[in-house]
Design a protein around this ligand. Sequence first.
Ligand SMILES: NC(=O)c1ccc[n+]([C@@H]2O[C@H](COP(=O)([O-])OP(=O)(O)OC[C@H]3O[C@@H](n4cnc5c(N)ncnc54)[C@H](OP(=O)(O)O)[C@@H]3O)[C@@H](O)[C@H]2O)c1
Length: 216
Amino acid sequence: MKRPHVTINCAMSVDGKIASPTRKQMRISSEEDIQRMYRLRNESDAVLVGIGTILADDPKLTVKESYVQHPKQPLRVILDSKGRTPPHALALNTVSKTLIITAKGQKKTYDGPHIEVVECTTDTDGVIDVNYALDLLYQKGVRNLLVEGGGTVIWKFLKNKVVDDIFIFIGSCIIGGKDTPTVADGEGIRKGEEIPLKIVEVKQVGSGVLIHYQSL
Ligand SMILES: NC(=O)c1ccc[n+]([C@@H]2O[C@H](COP(=O)([O-])OP(=O)(O)OC[C@H]3O[C@@H](n4cnc5c(N)ncnc54)[C@H](OP(=O)(O)O)[C@@H]3O)[C@@H](O)[C@H]2O)c1
């Protein structure tokens, strides 16, 4: 199966957390890393998140003109099996196009030609089948996909072994909390099934460290 090149980008604390203990968005990235993230978004054909991130953070998922001149605005993709994307979600604004992928029979209608809802096969956990979604995105011309989270979605992409590059920014802070979202949540691996990665580059970016990994 042909699929887009998949890059994960995520900012975490030193203890691996990606949000506050109440699951709210936190500023973990340095200013320099935010600039890098916007450039990466701008170079991507599409940026993908799960409905958990939409409901928790209400992100726009666009490229800010203050960071990138003449942004080309990637397609925004939301994995949303049960059709829970609120009509007022900022990721549905008219700055770019949005594709909502739902399970069969869960399709909702939204105002505006820039919003498309597509029904898709689910996996054994009842969420959108990642391979099916990647096939759909490839057919729609997406060649570079940026997966931004949250932890449940990142886990599913890693588990399905459909990740090429991973950029992890480690902010110089601790967040703590045993239920605080981490880079990879979900059920985790079974013994002996660790997901191996190789380091491509490590560098300081402002007040934190950026590590570029690739899947082995
Ligand atoms: N620091 C960062 O870089 C960063 C970036 C993004 C998000 N975050 C944080 O991450 C947290 C949200 O993470 P989350 O794990 O709760 O939510 P999430 O990963 O954004 O979304 C998970 C939900 O997406 C739906 N889904 C549909 N298809 C899926 C699939 N194939 N795989 C996984 N999920 C699928 C499921 O809900 P349905 O069953 O309803 O479809 C699932 O519960 C927030 O606290 C946010 O602030 C941090």
